[in-house]
Design a binder for this molecule. Structure first.
Ligand SMILES: [Zn+2]
Length: 761
């Protein structure tokens, strides 16, 4: 089969549909072989067999990708000769370029893709692709086919995107999460092939033009949702510069690779440890000459200060990469008609414009000042008790003083042992099942995991059922802490919900990755889980339910596939539920349904929220730095050497948080890797938090288990990215929230949580 495909690619044999069909049938048999192996008892043997099969399949996948490229090329050449215009399908961009920008056929969620090792067999998607691609190509090549075909172009696009995503996302999940390194390596290899395939599709001008044209040509068949989805696809295409005239496109491509290269180089250096001399090691009794973190809980202020300032020492290499990143982004934004990159980045977001974001952040900082002052007063008091005559709180003192406060104020009850019997993997699952049932009338039922269905881990599988017992999808929870997981707590939407041709729904499959238990815990489902990790569980399950509740015609807009400031709202809302004492005590119960004593629950929850105003303002200042760094003025000043990133950062921090003394020479901004992924959108989490807070206080705070409010919120979530985020918020709140409403939602809460009692050290 491989030989045949190779010859087709080399043009030695003609493309024959019948043979292709046979190839597909044969490769489907390969999946059966794999399933059979999965049932064998000998695990080691199975792993080796599967690895061998997987690498065989990887090769097959690569062959198909190349074949697709060839089909793509033939179609393109034909189109070009018909239109006698220049072909600009071939992109000089390196494939690495698309590791973070698999658009529009793959949109990375957070900075990870969504994926899962589906039990239906590996490489299910790409082996189906040739036929769907052919259909799409025919459609493009023959404009008259639009009137004959029942399917609109956007539907065909989504079908193709669906096939590719199902396969590529699964590969990505295996790459990030599988506990067998052979699988991870094989997935790494095949993900490179997918990148190539996707790169070809994203820079294929004909596809773009055809989709764009379909909005008018097929307008009689399109409703608002179709049109919105077309626009979203087009926006994503534009990320590849496919819409620009040739010379501009060349510049676009050059800038894109500058951005990618500078971003990657900057990021590599963000977490590097700092080497210190032996003298300093002995002077501060440090365990090694290597500093890996800026935080010290030492009672010696001199030591804390040394560690903080050494770790955040300014780095000239990082400065120049950061400037290269920011100025290239600025040029790219100007090239595409925007005033700045920060203006360009707000497209489709809740706040919508650069000015709105700026207003939001300034207002937030201003409104939180009273709460910050109260919190800082407590810290000043502790500081003066610790060190006589010390009248300042330095940036490096914050973690130490806050930790000291929490230990003294809530210490006894914070010990894990006491609350541990109430918070375990089992009690968390039981609690969340109860919540989903009471709010959304959705039953989450635990299912057995078949041999070979997942990798061997601490895994729980839940099926979501509606009141009529129809399946709504599956959630797999991998709760094991392990080195081989490449990512932190997160979720992967392997398969999105989507309306199929037969009017049935493709149901979602979600994998949630958490670090709740480690290998040593034999009885892991009953082992205590830390409160912070438990809150993360609720956060990630909020994302999972967003996907489960999704009911969209297209997978491109399903569930969490919406702008990030909205997609983080359902997960943040779950944190509000978790932190409500009534909900906390009613959901998290001991083995025999016993309740957490009220004072213990209160201590834990108060400790979680203590000093949150300082944290909010710090985050807002970082966001403002990220915004202005990409704003209309800074890039030019940086380029001309009239400004340094350190000066900009220091001015943002010292004006937002004047109560805390900081040194202008430390360079946090040289280690702020979110600048690469978020670029002028780091503030999104604050907007999501504010949105969730408004929903919580208007719909649930008085009556957290209110079914009507729950069903209303479920309906809103079902739209995914099918409606603009602001409209969704308006639908649930009854009004369109302004920057003023959003900031008050956070500051009102911080006034409440900053009400802390003084302590004696
Ligand atoms: Zn999240």
């Amino acid at each position: 089969m491989s030989n045949y495909l190779r010859q087709v690619i080399e043009g030695k044999l003609p493309l024959n549909e019948d043979i292709l069909r046979e190839v597909k049938k044969a490769s489907d048999t390969l999946k059966l072989v794999e399933m059979k192996c999965g049932k064998t008892k000998d695990i080691a043997h199975v792993d080796i067999t599967l690895s061998t099969l997987l690498s065989g399949l990887t090769e097959m996948g690569a062959e198909f990708s190349q074949l697709l490229h060839r089909v793509n090329q033939i179609a393109s050449e034909r189109a070009m000769s018909l239109m006698s215009s220049r072909s600009d399908r071939d992109s000089p961009l390196g494939r690495q370029m698309y590791r973070w920008r698999l658009l529009p056929f793959l949109r990375p969620y957070h900075f990870y893709s969504r994926a899962y090792h589906a039990s239906g067999g590996l490489f299910n998607g790409p082996l189906k692709t040739p036929s769907s691609f052919k259909e799409l190509n025919d459609h493009i090549m023959d404009p008259a086919s639009t009137s004959r075909s029942k399917k609109t172009t956007v539907r065909l696009f989504d079908d193709l995107s669906n096939e590719i995503c199902k396969a590529a996302d699964m590969v990505e999940c295996v790459r990030q999460m599988h506990n067998n390194e052979y699988f991870r390596e094989a997935a790494e290899e095949s993900s490179r092939d997918f990148c190539q395939l996707i790169e070809g599709l994203n820079t294929y001008t004909e596809l773009y033009n055809r989709l764009k044209g379909s909005k008018e040509k097929e307008s009689g068949k399109l409703d608002d949702l179709d049109k919105r989805t077309i626009d979203l696809f087009i926006d994503d295409f534009k990320q590849s510069g496919v819409h620009l005239p040739p010379e501009q496109r060349e510049e676009f491509v050059r800038l894109s690779s500058e951005i990618f290269d500078a971003g990657a180089r900057y990021q590599w250096q963000c977490d590097v440890p700092v080497e210190i001399g032996r003298t300093d090691k002995y002077r501060f009794s440090l365990p090694s000459t290597r500093l890996t973190s800026p935080v010290s809980y030492s009672s010696q202020q001199e030591k804390r200060s040394f560690i903080h300032s050494t770790f955040y020492k300014s780095n000239p290499g990082q400065e120049s990469e950061l400037i290269r990143l920011v100025t290239s982004r600025h040029d790219l934004a100007r090239l595409t008609g925007f005033e700045s990159f920060a203006h360009r980045a707000q497209h489709n977001s809740v706040l919508g414009t650069y000015d709105n974001v700026k207003e939001f952040l300034h207002l937030l900082i201003e409104k939180c000042q009273p709460a910050v002052n109260r919190e800082v007063a407590i810290l000043y008091d502790i500081q003066s008790q610790c060190a006589m005559g010390q009248s300042k709180v330095l940036e490096c003192d914050l973690p130490y003083l806050i930790d000291l406060y929490k230990t003294r104020a809530y210490g006894e009850s914070l010990r894990l042992g006491r609350i541990g019997r109430f918070i375990t993997v089992d009690s968390l699952i039981r609690g969340f099942v109860k919540l989903a049932n009471r709010l959304y009338d959705v039953n989450l039922v635990e299912r057995n995991i078949e041999n070979g269905e997942t990798w061997n881990s601490m895994m729980v599988k839940l099926e979501a059922l509606d009141p009529n017992n129809n399946s709504l999808g599956f959630i797999y929870l991998d709760v094991e802490k392990r080195q081989s997981k490449a990512v932190g707590d997160c979720h992967f939407t392997v398969r999105c919900s989507k309306e199929l041709d037969n009017q049935e729904w493709q149901t979602p499959i979600i994998v949630v990755s958490l670090a709740l238990c480690d290998e040593s815990q034999k009885n892991w489902r009953k082992s205590p889980v830390h409160v912070h990790a438990a809150e993360n569980f609720f956060h990630e399950m909020g994302h999972a339910m967003h996907s489960i509740l999704g009911r969209t015609r297209y997978q491109h807009i399903a569930g969490t596939r919406c702008p990030q400031d909205f997609s983080e709202i359902p997960s943040n809302l779950m944190e509000f539920f978790f932190n409500d004492i009534q909900v906390f005590r009613s959901l998290l119960r001991g083995e025999n349904d016993e309740e957490i004593p009220i004072d213990e629950a209160a201590s834990h929850l108060s400790a979680r929220s203590a000093f949150s105003a300082i944290e909010v303002v710090q985050q807002a200042a970082y966001s403002l730095f990220d915004l202005e760094l990409h704003g209309p003025e800074a890039p030019e000043l940086l380029r001309q050497g009239k400004l340094t990133t350190g000066q900009l950062f220091h001015s943002m921090l010292s004006t937002s948080l004047p109560q805390i003394t900081r040194s202008p020479n430390t360079a946090f901004q040289h280690r702020f890797h979110h600048l690469v992924q978020y670029g002028a959108r780091y503030y999104s989490y604050l907007v999501a938090r504010a949105g969730a807070s408004l929903i919580w206080s208007s719909q649930f705070r008085e009556d957290p288990f209110n079914r009507d409010a729950g069903m209303k919120w479920a309906k809103i979530q079902s739209y995914g990215g099918g409606l603009a985020p602001l409209i969704l918020l308006e639908n649930i709140l009854g009004f369109r929230p302004t920057a003023d409403n959003l900031t008050s939602a956070i500051s009102d809460q911080s006034i409440h949580t900053s009400n802390l009692d003084a302590i004696n050290i």
